[in-house]
Structure formats: C-alpha cells, structure tokens
Design a protein around this ligand. Structure first.
Ligand SMILES: Nc1nc2c(c(=O)[nH]1)N[C@H]1C(S)=C(S)[C@@H](COP(=O)(O)O)O[C@H]1N2
Ligand SMILES: [Mo]
Length: 204
C-alpha cells in the first residue's frame, strides 16, 4: 500500500516553507493588531506627511496632494517578529520612491528615520526604502486602511519585519547616520530581515 508522509510528497503547497521565513506561521485570514501606543484618531483633512532632512526640497503633502502622485500597490506577504506572517495582502498608496523623487535626496543621505503622530519611530537604511521596496499606503484590500492598522496612512516595508512599517506615519527624515527607533532601542534588530531571522539585537 502506498504510504506518503506529509512534507515529502509533491511540491510545497501554498504556505510551504519556501514562502514562510524561518520561525514564522501562517496567520490565515486574521490580521493581528500590534500597537505600543493608543490608536490615534486622525482626520484626513488635517493629515500631513513630510519628507525632510538631507533633501534638496523639504516637502509636505496633504491628503489631496499625496493622492495626486502616481499610484502604486504592493501585493504579497507581510511578516511580524511575533512570528505571524500574512499571505497575499494588497496595499495601495504611493511608493516611497515617488516622494523621494519630489524631495530630491542629497548624496550624503544613508538612512531614513520614520516618525508617527504618536511618537513611534523606526530607522531604516535608505536602500531598504528605495527601488520599489517601500510604500506609503492608505488602502488595504481596496478599502481604507483601518485606524488600528495605521489608517489613514502607514509606512509599508514588507521585505522587513513589520515593526519597520510605522503606523500613522507623518514624517520621513533623510539622515547621514543610523539611529535606533522605538523597538530598535528596546532590543529589536537594527535591520530586521525575516529571511535572515534578524529578530533581536545580536542576531546575525
Ligand atoms: N505607530 C506604530 N507603528 C507600528 C507599531 C506600533 O506599535 N506603533 N507596531 C509595529 C509592529 S511591531 C507591527 S508587527 C506592525 C503591526 O501592524 P498591524 O497592527 O497593522 O498588524 O506595526 C508596526 N508599526
Ligand atoms: Mo511586530
């Protein structure tokens, strides 16, 4: 009688290890909320987002202004350091590249520092938010991003652990040095690549 052991037959299924970074599980349809602070109420008529620091033209967008930029979407997976991954998410907004094109990044800039209206911060190498790898998003699955998930607008850097995707982002500062943000000061890894399992300070 034929006997097959799960995991040794055929190609990996959706959710197989080829898709799940080490130590992660598939959270399925659910989308856990992880917030260190209270969820703020933000009126889109008062919402603004600034790109400043080491740029030629420090620029602030309002709700209408940011919607006038070329639209850009992400379709794919997200990975939280608390070990859940969520497959096949669709987020829409604009690419960070579009904002940086307007502001004009000075050659000495090497990092960005993202700040939320709540005071939450996170740091990223410039290379991790350029080249079509990061977005400023306001839609999830075609609907306005819910406040608990960062609405009206959050940063999305899906190739890194999700703590880098600052909810309620209001400012992206270009810098010539690295400085740890909120979770990075509290023991999390400086970069946070899920495929390298860079969860905590001291991980490779
Ligand atoms: N402003 C803010 N952004 C944040 C956080 C936070 O606490 N505050 N948590 C981070 C972490 S640890 C994760 S996993 C994701 C969670 O996003 P979600 O609540 O939409 O799942 O947001 C990230 N961005
Ligand atoms: Mo997280």
């Amino acid at each position: 009688m034929a006997h097959f052991t799960r995991g040794f037959t055929g190609r990996p299924r959706r959710g197989g290890n080829d898709r799940l970074p080490p130590g992660q599980y598939d959270t399925g349809e659910s989308w856990p909320t992880l917030t260190a602070e209270l969820t703020p109420t933000i009126d889109v008529d008062e919402w603004t987002m600034a790109v400043d620091g080491l740029v030629d033209t420090p620029t602030t967008w309002d709700w209408r202004g940011i919607h006038a930029l070329p639209p850009s979407s992400y379709f794919g997976d997200i990975h939280c350091v608390t070990t859940w991954s969520k497959f096949d998410t669709t987020f829409s907004g604009v690419s960070v590249d579009a904002l940086l094109d307007v502001a004009g990044v000075k050659p000495e800039a090497t990092h960005v520092f993202a700040t939320s209206t709540t005071g939450y911060t996170t740091n990223l190498p410039l290379a991790d938010v350029t080249g079509g790898k990061a977005w400023i998003v306001w839609d999830f699955d075609g609907k306005p991003l819910p406040p608990e998930h960062g609405g009206p607008v959050r940063l999305l850097v899906p190739h890194l652990y999700f703590w880098k995707s600052a909810k309620w982002i209001t400012r992206l500062e270009l810098r010539d040095h690295d400085e740890p943000g909120f979770w990075e000061r509290n023991g999390y890894h400086d970069r946070g690549d899920p495929w390298l399992e860079q969860r905590y300070q001291g991980d490779a």
